[in-house]
Design a binder for this molecule. Structure first.
Ligand code: ATP
Ligand code: MG
Length: 180
């Protein structure tokens, strides 16, 4: 399983649709200050369901939509699609490629899709539970996160091990069953 493709349109500094193709192995993004490197990371977090505008370095969710520049009008929506190569069936679905999409209009609520079929945020969460990918996964390690892991409380650290060892989905299901 690996990140194969990222399509970004109307998200932060990316007014026009851009396609980023990745191969297995290491990819480095380089560019001058302010050219949009971190915005790519933000796009990945956002499509995985990030709900905190602050984590995305904004003050409200609308800040992820291209706001316009001196030469360019703002746009009405942001959309990001992330494609994962699943030919090793690491994700528990019978597709060799899985694309998740998130779109948001200025009016609010986000729409989510798995392989172009509309779904809930919860479905995206469940798809990635125990894979290390996802909003709360450890596949994105931001600045300061390493320190945070080392200095966190033992219960919080256990959370990370539980996700890594693949038992998180059982815990989530148990909690859901207890709530019903
Ligand atoms: P550095 O090397 O300093 O870390 P970077 O390449 O990581 O830079 P980013 O933080 O990804 O740069 O991009 C910052 C740019 O994105 C700024 O120029 C900012 O104006 C622009 N930007 C952020 N949000 C929006 C938005 N909603 N609409 C238009 N531009 C935006
Ligand atoms: Mg940056």
């Amino acid at each position: 399983m690996y990140l194969k493709k990222l399509e970004i349109q109307g998200f932060k500094s990316f007014a026009d649709k851009i396609n980023l193709d990745f191969t297995s192995g290491i990819t480095a993004v380089v560019g001058p200050n302010g050219s949009g490197k971190s915005n790519i990371g933000d796009a990945v977090r956002w499509v995985l369901g990030e709900q905190s505008a602050k984590t995305l370095r904004g003050s409200k969710m609308e800040d992820v939509i291209f706001a316009g520049t001196e030469h360019r009008k703002s746009v009405g929506f942001a959309e990001v699609s992330l494609t994962i190569d699943n030919s090793d069936n690491y994700l528990p679905v019978s597709y060799s490629e899985v694309t998740i999409t998130r779109r948001v209009y200025r009016s609010g609520e986000s729409e989510y899709y798995i392989n172009k079929t509309s779904c809930r945020l919860k479905d995206i969460h469940e798809l990635f539970l125990d894979t290390g990918i996802g909003r709360d996964g450890y596949s994105i390690i931001g600045q300061g996160r390493v320190d945070e892991i080392l200095s966190s409380k033992s219960e919080d650290r256990r959370h990370i091990f539980e996700e890594a060892s693949g038992i998180m989905k059982y815990k989530v299901r148990k909690q859901e069953a207890e709530r019903k």
